[in-house]
Design a protein around this ligand. Sequence first.
Ligand code: FE
Length: 347
Amino acid sequence: MDGLLKRVAMLAGLAGWALAGLVVPAQAAPEAAVNLYSARHYDSDKALYQGFTRRTGIRVNLIEGGGDQLIERIKAEGPNSPADVLIAADAGLLWRAQAAGILQPVASPALEQAIPPRFREPGGHWFGLTKRARVLVYSKARVKPAELASYEGLANPRWKGRIVVRSSSNVYNQSLTGALIAAHGEAATEAWARALVANFARPPSGGDRDQIRAVAAGEADVAISNTYYLGQLINSRRPEERAAAAQVAVFFPNQQDRGTHVNISGGGVARHAPNREAAVRFLDYLVTAEAQQVFARGNFEYPIVAGVATDPTIAAFGTFKEDPLDAAVFGRNNEAALKLMDRAGWK
Ligand code: FE
């Protein structure tokens, strides 16, 4: 139902009350809320929602799901969708959401000021809220950092049987491959993917943390992972996870050329958002220093806003040169990346 229809329906409802001779109750404004569809599954995000409610009085109704699942759901709900905000953990998914027509453009000075242009969609359909670096996590016992250089270098036959990375269905790998397409073109990237697959220690399984655990356990020597997963293991309450983390170190690839691949987690306002204003306020809140600190401390992500401190665990990995590629570019390359990985036999 669009806004006008809703209003007509509401007026009709009120007229009904009046005709029935009833006193129209002082319609207390329904409790302000924002309906958040989130593909982020980090407990620490709850602190963000609480912080927003504390600041604005607006409640956050959380609907969690996989990125593609949420996109499909919003599509299926159509104009009646209660979705106000969609949050995804990757630029590729934000691109897919935009392509599916379920996001609307937003102009917000707070977002435009806080977020560097390469981390937001030029038309305002989505905005990066945190950064994540996709790095090499290597065995301190079996690999010298001098042996590592770049993502491209992992295709060298010297790494045969020594690399672990999660499946090609994982959107982080699709975005990384999309960035390589931007750097080298499709044909060269497909050749890279093929050679990388030939170096896998095992068929892809599990998430990034499982790849790190495999390196710690001696099943492989180098994993491709986002830094925050190592941050989670280092700070784990479980001694065996801390012990695994102690076996490995971070290498920032491509420091001699374009820089390490940096992805975003971000969000946009849903096309038919019933609470559009609250939705924009929610996104605005997520780039405040307060919220950025929660992202940084809670899940060890890199703040997207300049001047907000990175968690000490992550800061200890060192500073690095970021690939300046626009998130919209590897977002747009997502489909080509997925097809190419499939052709290369990346399970
Ligand atoms: Fe993740």
